[in-house]
Design a protein around this ligand. Structure first.
Ligand code: PLP
Length: 397
């Protein structure tokens, strides 16, 4: 059933796949009819510890008995503890909590503007973002997203953004035009097709930012929380961001967002400048605390690196003789398989074999296994892919 055939009171902002998911545990979800699927979307990079992980469930259950909501007019111990854990394990100092990725980027965008004013540079009103980026769907986050298809129909688009090509050394000289206060970028463009950053371009970009007091803001909403094999992707590139944004994987599927900044930047957010009713909610931050404690204390990220290396070598092995596979890209467990033929059809074929995968752009299958996935599950994925490739035969496209 396509969305138009279903009589539903839910707005049709998504074209949904024809399954109704009612339960999840570990790497699997179950549909209404009791069918099991291997979930290699992880709820789009959100359930990084798999669905309903025991330790997070226990902590949430305890919190349910204590208090569900506490306004930000009072101190909240979970917020304090989660902020401290994030600060301790990153190069950032202070945390603002919100409820989603778009909101985390909105906070970063506001902070960058305020920072310029506070530094006596009111003419610095622009933020540079990069073609094929994705930063969210709200007003400014959508404007930051440099994809025409995301803007279509929503003019006037919020001003103050300038778009440059990603990984392009030639346009680095255009970063600073005297009006730039920040750059905002992903280190693996997730929605835009799984394109990893070029490390030497990133270093040059960082140098331009540092020379000109332009904030380096990294959107880690998809790459963060162990997804790439380190807690944050930036830690693999020898860069020192001024701001990072988090959401998706931070609380194992409980809604949360966070914007982290260096002290000298976060000082611009004084009382009254920004806020959120639900931001840092006791339930969300308890889920975040439990999630981070697991990711930091168990060999989860080591497993990601080992299993990712194995998976890349298997996929490259398939690519050697399967002309349908055009390119394998990604870092850790954020992997794009560029493929001949219609990606939507590939997603359906995988689903019919009991595996959920995603698209990233028109040509790329995106897989986001839970960080906790087992070798057996990975083998199931590879064997299923191989069987599907054999069934499809060779494209000449
Ligand atoms: C998903 C995503 C967002 C938006 O997050 P929401 O929680 O959907 O608002 C922003 N940036 C990146 C890189 C993302 O992957």
């Amino acid at each position: 059933m396509s969305n138009t055939e279903v009589k539903s009171a839910v707005m049709s902002t998504y074209s949904r796949f024809p399954i109704t998911v009612v339960k999840g545990k570990g790497s699997h979800v179950w549909d209404e009819a009791g069918r099991t699927y291997l979930d290699y979307t992880s709820g789009i990079a959100t359930c990084n510890l798999g669905h309903v992980p025991d330790t997070v469930q226990e902590k949430l259950n305890k919190q349910l008995d204590l208090i569900w909501h506490c306004s930000n007019l009072y101190h909240n111990p979970n917020q304090e503890a989660l902020a401290e854990l994030l600060a301790e394990n990153s190069a950032l100092d202070k945390v603002f909590f919100c409820n989603s990725g778009a909101e985390a980027n909105e906070a970063a965008i506001k902070l960058a503007k305020k920072y310029a004013k506070d530094k006596g540079n009111p003419e610095r009103i622009e933020i540079v973002t990069f073609l094929d980026s994705f930063h969210g769907r709200t007003g400014s986050a959508m404007a930051a997203t440099a994809q025409a298809k995301i803007h279509e129909g929503f003019s006037p688009i919020t001003p103050g953004f300038r778009y440059l090509p990603y990984n392009d050394c030639d346009s680095l000289e255009q970063i600073n035009n005297g009006k730039t206060t920040a750059v905002l970028l992903e280190l693996v463009q997730g929605e835009g097709g799984v394109h990893p950053v070029n490390p030497s371009w990133l270093k040059q970009l960082e140098a331009v930012c540092k020379e000109n007091d332009i904030l380096l803001m990294i959107d880690e909403i998809q790459t963060g929380i162990g997804r790439t094999g380190s807690l944050f992707a930036y830690q693999q590139y020898d860069v020192d961001p001024d701001v990072i944004t988090l959401a998706k994987g931070l609380a194992s599927g409980f809604p949360i967002g966070a914007m982290l900044a260096k002290d000298n930047v976060s000082n611009s957010f004084t009382p009254g400048t920004h806020g959120s009713t639900f931001g840092g909610n006791p339930l969300a931050t308890s889920a975040g605390l439990a999630t981070l404690e697991v990711i930091l204390s168990e060999p989860i990220m080591v497993n990601v690196i080992e299993n990712s290396n194995w998976l890349f070598s298997e996929l490259n092995r398939l690519m050697e003789y399967e002309k349908q596979i055009k390119e394998i890209r990604g870092v850790g467990f954020l992997i794009g398989i560029e493929i001949a033929g219609d990606v939507a059809e590939w997603i359906t074929k995988f689903r019919n074999k009991g595996i959920l995968v995603l698209a990233a752009g028109p040509k790329t299958i995106r897989i986001l296994p839970p960080l906790t996935t087992t070798k057996e599950e990975l083998e199931t994925f590879v064997n299923t892919f191989q069987a599907l490739l054999n069934e499809t035969g060779e494209y000449t496209a």
